[in-house]
Design a binder for this molecule. Structure first.
Ligand code: ZN
Length: 684
């Protein structure tokens, strides 16, 4: 592993930090923490922690001996001074005299010793850092170290390659007892340069930031050399059908099977994210995948994100997705049963007081296709997929070293159901559309962008489709960093299919379609050019049908219902002069809503429409407003406020109506009017 320390960069960081009022010790701590955090083979997604012992002034300007340690919620890759809260060191060290300290007592004790009571919770490994005498302490879950430690002869192998330079301890749950065990082991071997916690990770330490970092990189490099010296491991490939289904067809089936029905049309859904690479494929295509692929996590930290066991799924044959569904349903039902038995066994051992988590897998390994990360949100799914990728590489290396052998289920259960983690779960609040994927067409326009933003704010993962890719990207930025912008021509079948495939690979499927796209054409009906009329039908009717058809196919594959929401416009019910080219396909689209409502209700798929009027947008631009005002014989201002309430309708008002329809689980075949009140357009 490359050592990235640079004297110039270290000096520059110290210089910059001084300007921001951060002292040198902490600045160097930030510098090497970021070097470590930026390397996925050391830590990933908030894993690992670092500390520095220093002196900070109190309110009276007196020096206080303190330890600055990584705070919860911070990532080493992007850590800043507030992410390394300072605690009074001497009371922490005194705690070593205690015989026991519960996790809750420890958290309270640590918080009570923070210099800033508003700081984040310091790492649960703070006492371990405090009990060691060194100024700098670094902790990672380096994959090369884990490959060695998690191999069948791991204890002997590590003793052989690291010698007395590392003190090695068998696995102990993080917390007070581990901190004491590490301090005792170090006291017995004070020449050690680090502590190896078997099947968990590595601590290194030193008098300077550089020394501790150098040692981390050196030990990881020693482990890498041991792996490189071992014979290669290539799993024997299974015989795959020549034609394998596409990930985009597999994802909705898996996602649907993992979802949980809550009754009344409600579902607990997952987002699924697909990954593939030559390394992933070699792993998931192996004949013995069910064995080596499902033994367990490489370090206990992962269990909260991925559960202990991955799901080895069946191989999906192209053109026979029904067979895949049956086989995958059995595999997932077995998975759930095993998880339930694991919970019951270990909960009984642990005193029977734990609340059971859901039993759905978080990583699915699919031969011929790759892997899927699953989570309640797209971020969680991506994290699960990232951890799975790291795990695949680590397991493959452990196999080279004699066979991957993870920690036993009792220790992992204690981690998964740790009281501190269970407390975090209780504090989580989910948003109303969490776990749902919403596709918005015409998303680059004012109304589409407002819908995407509002749906994202309510927890949905949003795909923004537009023929203007730049506009879709711009709107996606306002809909959060998980939003997906997709170039799509809704009048082209191939473009629509490609967009749905991309969405299925990224999010796993579709739950809500907001078919919003539209284009206005004006012409007297008796003089209309038929080409223009057909063009209008393409975008204002056939695009709705094409998008709905694609969405329903995916929704049926998921088997968890869904919502088709259409923007039909007032023209569908109250035609305006010279606007037939626009109103006719919109009227057909209104009928389309009802057709889907009656034909898809049995599948739990709802179809509703919003009838909006006079919303300033790309479609109703200033020129069009002038022209329509003239057609109605009024001035522009009167035209825009010309409704019973005398209020202009805004894109956000339309978005609110769509949100309501997405949430109204007992409503289908409905049209919601958002026009400020227009007697002629009232539905009857
Ligand atoms: Zn750790």
């Amino acid at each position: 592993m490359r050592n990235l320390w640079s004297d110039e960069e270290a000096a520059a960081t110290v210089e910059r930090s001084r300007a921001g009022g951060v002292a040198e010790d902490l600045a160097l701590r930030i510098y090497t923490s970021r070097l470590i955090g930026g390397e996925p083979a050391l830590v990933i997604h908030g894993g690992g922690n670092t500390s520095v012992k220093t002196v900070v002034p109190d309110l009276f300007g007196r020096d206080v001996e303190a330890i600055c340690v990584k705070g919860s919620g911070w990532d080493l890759a992007t850590i800043e001074a507030p992410g390394l809260p300072a605690l009074r060191l001497s009371p922490l060290r005194e705690a070593r005299r205690l015989n026991a300290l519960s996790d809750e007592e420890m958290v309270r004790f640590l918080r009570a010793n923070l210099l800033d009571p508003a700081a984040p919770n310091p790492s649960v490994e703070t006492l371990l850092h405090a009990f060691l005498p060194h100024k700098f302490v670094d902790h990672t879950h380096a994959t090369a170290i884990l490959s060695c430690s998690d191999s069948r002869q791991g204890v002997d192998l590590c003793a052989q390659i690291f010698g007395a330079r590392l003190v090695a301890l068998p696995y102990v749950m993080p917390g007070f007892l581990l901190a004491k065990a590490v301090a005792d082991a170090y006291d017995a071997a004070p020449a050690a340069e680090g502590v190896l916690l078997h099947k968990h990770g590595l601590f290194t330490f030193g008098a300077t930031a550089r020394q501790s970092y150098d040692r981390m990189i050196e030990f990881v490099s020693i482990a890498e050399r041991a792996i490189a010296a071992a014979p290669a491991w290539t799993p024997a490939p299974r015989l795959l059908q020549s034609k394998i289904a596409d990930a985009a067809d597999v994802a909705p089936v898996l996602r649907g099977l993992c979802a949980e029905g809550l009754g009344g049309g409600r579902w607990r859904r997952f987002i699924a994210q697909h990954r593939s690479s030559p390394q992933i494929r070699a792993f998931v295509d192996g004949e013995d995948l069910a064995d080596y692929g499902a033994r367990g996590v490489i370090t206990p930290d992962h269990i909260i994100r991925t559960k202990n066991k991955y799901l080895p799924a069946p191989a999906p044959r192209a053109g026979d997705i029904e067979r895949f569904r049956d086989e995958a349903a059995r595999a997932i039902s077995d998975y759930r049963a095993c998880y339930g038995a694991y919970f019951d066994r270990n909960n009984a051992r642990a005193g029977g007081a734990k609340s059971r988590l859901d039993s759905a897998p978080r990583v699915a390994l699919v031969p011929g296709v790759g892997l899927f990360g699953l989570g309640r949100t797209a971020s969680e799914a991506a994290i699960a997929a990232d951890l799975a990728e790291i795990t695949i590489a680590t397991v493959a290396d452990a196999e080279r070293l004699g066979g991957f052998e993870p920690l036993g289920e009792e220790d992992l259960f204690d981690m998964e159901y740790w009281s501190l983690e269970q407390a975090k779960l209780g504090a989580q609040k989910s948003k109303p559309l969490e776990g749902q994927v919403a596709v918005v067409t015409g998303a680059g326009g004012a109304i589409g962008a407002a819908i995407a933003k509002l749906f994202a704010e309510n927890g949905a993962e949003v795909a923004l489709l537009d023929i203007d890719e730049a506009a879709a990207r711009k709107a996606a930025k306002t809909a959060g960093k998980r939003a997906l912008a997709v170039l799509c021509d809704v009048t082209d079948e191939r473009s629509v299919n490609a967009a749905y495939a991309e969405i299925c690979r990224r999010f796993g499927g579709v739950d809500i379609l907001v078919s919003n796209v539209g284009a206005a054409y004006e012409s007297p009906i008796d003089a209309i050019d038929e080409t223009l009329l057909r063009k209008s039908f393409e975008v204002n009717f056939f695009a709705h049908q094409r998008m709905a058809q694609g969405a329903v196919g995916i929704m049926k594959a998921q088997g968890t219902g869904g919502a088709l929401l259409f923007n039909i416009s007032k023209q569908a019910v109250n035609p305006g002069p010279n606007f037939g080219a626009y109103g006719l396909p919109k009227a057909a689209a209104l009928h389309l809503v009802r057709q889907y409502a009656i034909e898809c209700g049995a599948n739990g798929i709802r179809a509703n429409a919003v009838n909006a009027d006079k919303v300033r947008s790309g479609l109703l631009n200033e020129a069009m407003i002038a022209s329509r005002a003239k057609a109605r014989g009024v001035d522009e201002e009167t035209y825009m406020h010309g409704n019973l309430l005398g209020l202009e309708v805004r894109p956000e008002d339309v978005a609110q109506a769509f949100l309501h329809q997405a949430l109204a689980l007992k409503t289908t075949g409905d049209v919601t009017t958002v026009d400020g009140g227009n007697a002629a357009a009232m539905l009857r």
